[in-house]
Design a protein around this ligand. Structure first.
Ligand SMILES: [Cu+2]
Length: 73
């Protein structure tokens, strides 16, 4: 019924745990995002979201607005 999708993003610019939390919060603040697991060492983020409510572009934009750089892997 609900279309959950998972995507992995490459995230550039994170240097510490604070950055990691900022990216996580930015992603999870988007309506329709269920969870975001951000990996500081691998510079990546796995995002679970409703595919009918959220676009990949909006995920990338949220990370950009938080001050980092993201792209789909
Ligand atoms: Cu930091």
């Amino acid at each position: 019924m609900i279309n959950m999708t998972e995507i992995k993003l490459k995230v550039e610019g994170m240097t510490c745990g604070h950055c990691q939390m900022s990216v996580k919060k930015a992603l999870e603040n988007i309506k329709g995002v269920k969870s975001a697991a951000v990996d500081l060492e691998n510079k990546s983020a796995e995002v679970n979201y409703k595919s009918d409510k959220v676009t990949v572009e909006s995920l990338i934009q949220a990370v950009t607005d938080a001050g980092y750089k993201a792209e789909a892997m």
